[in-house]
Design a protein around this ligand. Structure first.
Ligand SMILES: Cc1ncc(COP(=O)(O)O)c(C=O)c1O
Length: 368
């Protein structure tokens, strides 16, 4: 059996007519940048995330950047985040002139360990940026507690976690602002680049609207230096159609997650911990194995494609060599990066394909 790691074409086949119709509407109205489809999507996505405001942008990276600017983060400040994430999380901090400060992860969840945050806080710390990695909510209650004690802003990197719930509440509204990515492979993905900032704070929403459009208050009246971070009309149109499917797709991902857990229960793999009070939306299904690269090659030889998110913590990336982290600085994140293996996870994956992938992995690694 062949189990591809991803299959975006299968999803298009089911939505083709609706999507082409919506794209045609954008063309007929020549609403290529922002426009009505984007404005409607903002309303619908804000309602979905249970927040007051959604500002549509051209990427998740831009959303993180704008959220940090709204928190007043700038030159010389420090922002605490996780090293176990995509580089965009830290890059957005760097764009503001601030320094990312990496705090090690809780190996059970792969998210930032809230117990380690307090000791990383200095007089320069301005904000904490947890990432809901793989669709699993970070420990928001504990993070909000530390932040409140030290008067720090919290910005959620929710780029992998559309619709996830932490203690019953959707991610996106826990801190000052949150960033979502609509990169095509995300749980809610556009047909190009896209992102959004969500917030319950009126000022942050207004600032984000201004910053995404060259700091404009009205056309050709600029209150500040901004950016070209606008979402294009096609993305708004596509995302509106896909948003209607999102809960169904998430349920399918969760079912696949249960399938993986069932067939891997007795195998020599570590499975991620799901807090029963939260809801993980399984952007990725990450497991941890010894001899990861050999296991991966054997899976590939038996028809199961996998991926490694991420092979190296940000603390050891050349791009951040100036921060002075060394192997051993953040041992849990480093160990996770050496052992992590992501199994195929997308709504169109058939249960029997997941069963085959899990059983093949169990055979390769052997019993516990
Ligand atoms: C955790 C995380 N943060 C930020 C981003 C950046 O989003 P984008 O690619 O839309 O800029 C991504 C996705 O690529 C991500 O996975």
């Amino acid at each position: 059996m062949k189990v591809p790691y991803f299959d975006l074409k299968a999803q298009y086949a089911g939505l083709k007519n609706e999507i082409l119709g919506a794209m045609d509407r954008v063309c007929q109205n020549a609403a290529f940048i922002l426009g009505d489809e984007v404005a409607q999507f903002e309303k619908e996505f804000a309602a979905y995330c249970e927040v007051k405001h959604c500002v549509a942008l051209n990427s998740g990276t831009s959303a993180l950047h704008v959220a940090l600017l709204a928190a007043g983060v700038g030159n010389g400040d420090e922002v605490i985040t996780t090293p176990n994430t995509f580089i965009a999380t830290a890059e957005a901090i760097s764009y503001t002139g601030a320094k990312p400060v990496f705090v090690d992860i809780d190996p059970a969840t792969a998210n930032i360990d809230p117990k380690l945050i307090a000791r990383a806080i200095t007089p320069k710390t301005k904000a904490i940026m947890p990432v809901h990695l793989y669709g699993r909510p970070a420990a928001m209650n504990a993070i909000l507690d530390v932040a409140a004690r030290q008067r720090l802003a919290v910005i959620e990197d929710a780029c992998q976690a559309h619709g996830a719930r932490c203690r019953g509440k959707r991610v996106g509204g826990f801190g000052l602002a949150a960033a979502f990515s609509f990169y095509p492979t995300k749980n809610l993905g556009g047909y190009g680049e896209g992102g959004a900032l969500t917030t319950n704070d009126e000022y942050t929403a207004q600032l984000a609207r201004s910053l995404r459009d060259h700091g404009a208050a009205h056309r050709y009246t600029h209150e500040r230096i901004g950016y070209n971070y606008r979402m294009d009309g096609f993305q708004g149109a596509v995302l509106r159609i896909k948003l209607k499917q999102l809960d169904g797709w998430t349920a399918k991902r969760q079912e696949l997650g249960r399938q993986y857990r069932k067939h891997l229960a007795n195998a020599r793999v570590e499975l991620p911990h799901d807090d029963p009070h939260d809801e993980c939306v399984y952007h990725l299904f990450a497991v941890y194995v010894d001899n990861r690269d050999a296991v991966r090659a054997e899976l590939e030889a038996r028809g199961v494609q996998t991926a490694v998110h991420y092979p190296m913590p940000l603390s050891l990336q050349k791009a951040y060599a100036n921060l002075g982290y060394r192997p051993g600085s953040l041992p849990q994140a480093e160990r996770a990066c050496e052992r992590v293996l992501c199994l195929p996870m997308y709504p169109e994956l058939r249960l029997e394909q997941a069963e085959y992938a899990a059983k093949t992995l169990a055979e390769i690694v052997g019993p516990k």
